[in-house]
Design a protein around this ligand. Structure first.
Ligand SMILES: Nc1ncnc2c1ncn2[C@@H]1O[C@H](COP(=O)(O)OP(=O)(O)OP(=O)(O)O)[C@@H](O)[C@H]1O
Length: 302
């Protein structure tokens, strides 16, 4: 059985279905991103997985247990907007959280010290949290979620609110965390997902529309296209190009043509031949690959 298994999960608020028959599985030790635009249902999904919200329908199993039983002892959760006691120091806060997680005072102190070091805020451990920057608070939040050495850590948009420096620091920290535990984090930024995660779940309109490793998704959706620009309107060149055998589809955009072909090499040769024979006023000839970004945009714009 998969480490995390979600089956036909649904959540309805005031008769509006926000999560619709969501199913996916996670393997132990992976770092997986839940990617979706604002309002896709990422927070709702993570809250149900962490046991903070009851599903309307469907089942969740994490290491064989359901969120209604006591999974708190082996999951860690960082909400999108964590709330801290600003008057406490970072170290006091972590010891306090450790005690809430049933660690002895000695264990909580040792663990707090080691996490402060690991997340890179050791120098600020005796400073009040109110004086921490956004990036430091986020790192403290991650330390808090890791206090009891969870088997699964879930992080809701851990880098969204950070500036580029803070974002880089937290992404690097996520890279390190995935050596110790299974990580599921949500984001609406594809490049963050691409950079850190082994696998991606693309959530749109309450269900998973694409999933897999970056390589799988890249190769499934990878296609090549030829972009041509002309010094005048491109419609005169559209017809001869569309008649080339290997060309599947031609899209015109003003002075440009985007050409999708079954065999890009043949299409390239034939187009260049026509261009030279008919002396086309071509200003650009470019072979480009479609990326995961294109896939993401295609899915979210549907
Ligand atoms: N408690 C609630 N009551 C009613 N509607 C809710 C509630 N919680 C979430 N929603 C709605 O569910 C939808 C999904 O919200 P959710 O916060 O899960 O999305 P998200 O993907 O995390 O978005 P964001 O990136 O903006 O945080 C939204 O339309 C939101 O308004």
């Amino acid at each position: 059985m998969a480490f995390v298994s979600v089956d036909q999960l649904s959540k309805t608020f005031d008769k509006t279905a926000v999560i619709k028959d969501l199913s996916f599985q996670l393997e132990k030790g992976k770092c997986v991103s839940l990617l979706g635009q604002n309002g896709a249902g990422k927070t709702t999904t993570l809250r149900m997985l962490s046991g903070l919200m009851k599903p309307t329908k469907g089942t969740i199993s994490i290491d064989g247990a359901s969120p209604s039983s006591d999974i708190r002892s082996f999951i860690g959760y960082l909400p999108q907007h964590p709330v801290f006691h600003n008057w406490m120091t970072g170290k006091e806060f972590l010891v306090y959280v450790g005690r809430l997680a049933h660690l002895s005072k000695k264990e909580a102190t040792t663990r707090a010290e080691s996490l402060l070091k690991q997340v890179g805020i050791e120098d600020a451990k005796n400073r009040r949290i109110g004086k921490y920057s956004g990036g430091m608070k986020q790192r403290l939040g991650i330390a808090q979620a890791m206090i009891h050495k969870p088997k699964l850590i879930m992080l809701d948009e851990p880098v969204s609110s950070l500036d580029p420096v803070g974002r880089r620091e937290v992404l690097t920290l996520l890279e390190e965390l995935k050596q110790e535990t299974t990580v599921l984090f949500s984001t609406h930024i594809l490049s963050d997902a691409e950079e850190v995660s082994d696998e991606l779940l693309l959530l749109h309109d309450g269900h998973i529309v694409e999933s897999g490793t970056m390589d799988d998704l890249q190769s499934q959706h990878d296609s090549t296209r030829i972009d041509l620009s002309f010094s005048k309107e491109a419609h005169a060149f559209e017809v001869p190009i569309s008649q080339i055998d290997s060309v599947e589809n031609v899209q015109r955009e003003g002075n440009q043509l985007h050409i999708y072909a079954k065999n890009i090499e043949n299409a390239r040769t034939e187009i260049l031949k026509l261009a030279s024979e008919q002396d086309w006023p071509m200003t650009k000839f470019e072979v480009s690959r479609t990326s995961l970004e294109d896939l993401f945009m295609k899915v979210v714009n549907q």
